[in-house]
Design a protein around this ligand. Structure first.
Ligand SMILES: O=C(O)CCC(=O)C(=O)O
Length: 196
């Protein structure tokens, strides 16, 4: 959750305080694929990409960590280059096989792929039958709550497993600046103390 090289990038593109918004894993096997989603258009306040005078801004940025070797036919992560700047909707449906500009992004265990959520992304189709296992760590501006529709919550006792910096990293900063992380020995109070 706090690989320094990854956080350096997150810090640079988030431009202000940031937090680990959520994390998950994806497991794919025979014919499994992630349908394509996102892109510069339609514009979304919580997943956009902008650059002004050399300053990039991405309010939601993800790091993908492959746990197994992953070739294109294993259904590897894939994206459409430049789609985060698109001023027009993607003209195709969400099927990876029907989006010709889709490119496999190859990465091995030990690598990380970092991308703005505004990029059109998904995966290639797993036709090899070999399993694909991947971890995702999703960083947002520090006042963005869980942005999924899944009602995510902190795992019970997570505060006991993390150090103070890691608790700060997952804390949601709000107007009141205070949110309890269950299992933590102390409440997280974090107004204006976000990572810079
Ligand atoms: O790696 C994949 O299968 C796609 C992941 C994805 O679409 C996402 O994390 O939003």
């Amino acid at each position: 959750m706090d690989v320094p090289e990854v956080l350096d990038v997150i810090k640079r593109v988030t431009g202000a305080g940031y937090r680990l918004n959520h994390s998950y894993t994806i497991f794919r096997w025979n014919q499994g694929a992630t349908g394509l989603h996102m892109g510069g258009t339609p514009m979304r306040a919580n997943a956009q990409y902008r650059v002004h005078n050399g300053q990039m801004f991405s309010p939601l940025t993800k790091a993908v960590f492959p746990l197994l070797p992953c070739e294109p036919d294993d259904g590897c992560f894939a994206a459409i280059p430049g789609s985060h700047k698109s001023n027009f909707p993607r003209p195709w449906d969400d099927d990876p096989d029907r989006n010709l500009p889709l490119r496999p992004i190859l990465a091995a265990p030990g690598d990380a792929i970092i991308f703005t959520e505004a990029t059109t992304h998904g995966s290639r189709v797993n036709t090899s039958g070999r399993p694909r296992r991947t971890l995702y760590y999703c960083y947002s501006i520090d006042w963005m709550p869980d942005w999924t529709s899944q009602g995510l919550t902190y795992s019970n006792g997570i505060g006991e497993l993390l150090n103070a910096e890691q608790i700060e990293l997952i804390a949601l900063k709000s107007g009141s600046g205070r949110q309890t992380i269950r299992g933590s020995s102390e409440e997280t109070s974090s107004v204006n103390s976000g990572h810079r």
